[in-house]
Write a protein that binds this ligand. Sequence first.
Ligand code: NAP
Length: 248
Amino acid sequence: MTKKIALITGANKGLGIEIARGLGKAGLTVLVGARSEERGEAAAATLRDEGLDARFLHLDVTDEDVVAAAVKQVGEQYGRLDVLVNNAGIALADGDWNTSELTVATTRKVFETNVVGVVSVTNAFLPLIRESAAGRIVNVSSEVGSFGFMTGDSHDFTAMQPGAYGASKSALNMLTSSWSKEFKDTTIKINAMTPGYTKTDLNHNQGWRDPAVAAGAAVNLALIGEDGPNGGFFQDGNEYFDTDVVPW
Ligand code: NAP
């Protein structure tokens, strides 16, 4: 049987490399998307040293020309893409994370990567995903983009102002839902997930979840079968939710 091909954006560290590791262990060929050749090659080499089939793919999600070149390369090498995990993301704020302190420049930067970047990569790779027998797309979102979660009063995050970062993940959630309607009668499935508050550079390693564990929901959603969900928002082991379904 031909090996499935998975592309993970921002896969040189944090959750991205763990998602790549999980999919590599599941037997997929993993394309380690990274904007830095040095960091991406190093991550791919680490995964290869563990016996996984991992290759670096140059991919800055904010650069349309780079995205187009990546699509061309994957098309020429494999002719299709089975799994796309939109993981690359940034969290920026100004001052003390007060919404009133948010600058236009910061807002633009966050949306450019977390929202526009996902539209750019997903739509550019869609022709190759349509060549897969069962394309799977996973968007790495956040519970701080969930209106249901952030407007509740039962947890410590309620008081937090998620600012441009949270708003970008709300936008990503709506895009996920929107794409899912288009894919309804196809073999493609798209879902969003949140890893929960995870120890990575994004939060200066303040998160308490282990990235290898937190990556689990993304790996599972990338591997769902024909009977799997389309257009849902999920988590895996986050203490704030009773089920694996996250409120929009
Ligand atoms: P991280 O360790 O900071 O990793 C972020 C990754 O995204 C890095 O590989 C980074 O590359 C890459 N990236 C940033 N901008 C990019 C661009 N323009 N093009 C390509 N790659 C780019 O953070 P993380 O926690 O693993 O974050 C991964 C995802 O999880 C993000 O979408 C984040 O919003 C989401 N998330 C994280 C948490 C958490 O608690 N950690 C919670 C909820 C959701 P460089 O190394 O080149 O900067």
